[in-house]
Write a protein that binds this ligand. Structure first.
Ligand code: URA
Length: 433
């Protein structure tokens, strides 16, 4: 087989066979296909999307490109959760300890930021000392001891995805549905959980910009899960504005802690409770969403969720005192406030642009090798539908230099639209598949 022939076949709209897809993924995994040919194939796949059969074959090849986790030594039904990526999307840090505090084991392999969307590992690493590299033996030990572990995927879990993910990020091929399906589902299947709850984001701050493409993505991921005997639930949620108020690593951890303390309500809590309730249903812990939400709310009120979060931090070598003293998080020397240029309603937001502004503060990476400024980010002071008067603060930017604050400000200015029209508030939970 010759990779050039396969690139030409896909470029011209042909359908790849199982042998051809296996050959490509094997070449990616073992680096026998050079980056320029992998990039060319990714672009061919982007322009001529893989059909359902090809997507299933790609997912399978990626799943078996490395190690498969066996979590059978952990008692109970293991539930994993994955978001397709958003802005101020801190649900994992809220629902993982909450769900674990009800006795359901949460074994979560998380990722780093990609483009404008944040990553749970980067957020957790803003807690001084927190270690996301956990061996398989320790993952089983922690899950049996505390019901919770959040870690990076091992080097050998879906190595094909690791290479393709990094390549897609720099070749304009991230937002391809079949490639997203393959990337997410291969990782989730190889990670070994019995049930998976997917948060499929939809809107201006998501890779899927509209409901129909989000629904198609959700359906394809559920179908692949079913084919390999995993219980998959996909919840389609709105990403028409940042989900929480805080964007940036330590800022998002602080917001999660405030929610676990019961001090903050709103969309981030709502989505966390809904996803968490579906995790409890998948684990046969409850039979309805209402029942699940009530148990999770109860564990906010009685402090069990926050206690579980502290336990997670201690177990993974972090400093749990951050929960009581936010000054223990890395701090930023510079801040800048964006003010409304006129009075009116916040009509809509370009959420990806807000995510981009956050990257400019230093909270995300522009290149793979960039180091993250954990204290940097943005606190949003408005939500869609709010009325503002000229001069009211709409966002506060935190960074390590005035220059970075100014660059972030220039993006933010274009991202928040104020008009005389009171907008309809977009629904938060759009569908469940
Ligand atoms: N999240 C993933 O893990 N992969 C993608 O391709 C997109 C979002």
């Amino acid at each position: 087989m010759n990779i050039v022939d396969l690139i030409i076949k896909k470029r011209d709209g042909g359908k790849l066979t199982k042998e051809e897809i296996d050959y490509f993924i094997d070449g990616v995994t073992h680096e026998s296909i050079p980056d320029y040919q992998v990039s060319a194939m990714l672009m061919a796949m982007f322009l001529n999307p893989l059909n359902t059969e090809e997507t299933t074959m790609l997912t399978q090849a990626m799943t078996y490109s490395g190690e498969i986790y066996d979590l059978s030594d952990i008692d109970g039904i293991k539930v994993d959760k994955h978001s397709t990526g958003g802005v101020a999307d801190t649900t994992t840090l809220i629902l993982a300890p909450l769900v674990a505090s009800t006795g359901v084991p949460v074994v979560k392999m998380s990722g780093r930021g990609l483009g404008f969307s944040g990553g749970t590992l980067d957020k957790l690493e803003s807690i001084p000392g927190f270690n996301v590299s956990v061996s398989k033996e320790n993952a089983v030990k922690f899950a049996n001891q505390s019901n919770i572990v959040i870690m990076s995927q091992s080097e050998n879990l879906t190595p094909a995805d690791k290479k393709l993910y990094a390549m897609r990020d720099v070749t304009g091929t991230v937002d391809s549905m079949p490639l997203i399906v393959g990337s997410i589902m291969s990782k989730k299947i190889a990670a070994g959980a019995d049930a998976i709850v997917l948060d499929v984001k939809c809107g201006s701050g998501a890779f899927m910009k509209n409901y129909s493409s989000a629904k198609e993505l959700a359906k394809q991921m559920c179908a692949i899960g079913k084919a390999v005997n995993r219980r998959v639930t996909a919840v389609i949620t709105s990403m028409e504005q940042p989900l929480g108020q805080n964007i940036g690593n330590s800022l998002e951890v602080i917001e999660a802690i405030e929610i676990l303390k019961g001090n903050v309500q709103g969309d981030l809590l709502e989505v966390s409770l809904t996803l968490g309730a579906y995790m409890l249903i998948s684990a046969n812990r409850v039979s309805t969403v209402e029942e699940g939400r009530a148990i999770l709310m109860e564990n906010i009120k009685n402090g069990k969720g926050l206690e579980k979060f502290r336990q997670l931090i201690v177990q993974q070598n972090g400093d749990p005192n951050v929960c009581d003293n936010y000054l223990l998080f890395p701090q930023c020397s510079h801040s800048l406030t964006l003010k409304a240029e006129k009075s009116g309603f916040v009509e809509k937001m370009n959420t990806a642009l807000i995510g981009r502004a956050s990257v400019e503060t230093g909270a995300g990476r522009k290149e793979k090798t960039d180091t993250i400024d954990y204290g940097a980010g943005i606190i949003m002071k408005v939500r869609v539908g709010d009325h503002v008067c000229e001069g009211d603060p709409t966002a506060i930017i935190f960074s390590s230099s005035d220059e970075k604050c100014q660059t972030a400000l220039s993006y933010l200015k274009q991202a928040i639209y104020i008009s005389n029209k009171k907008p309809q508030i977009p629904p938060l939970i759009l569908d469940v598949i």
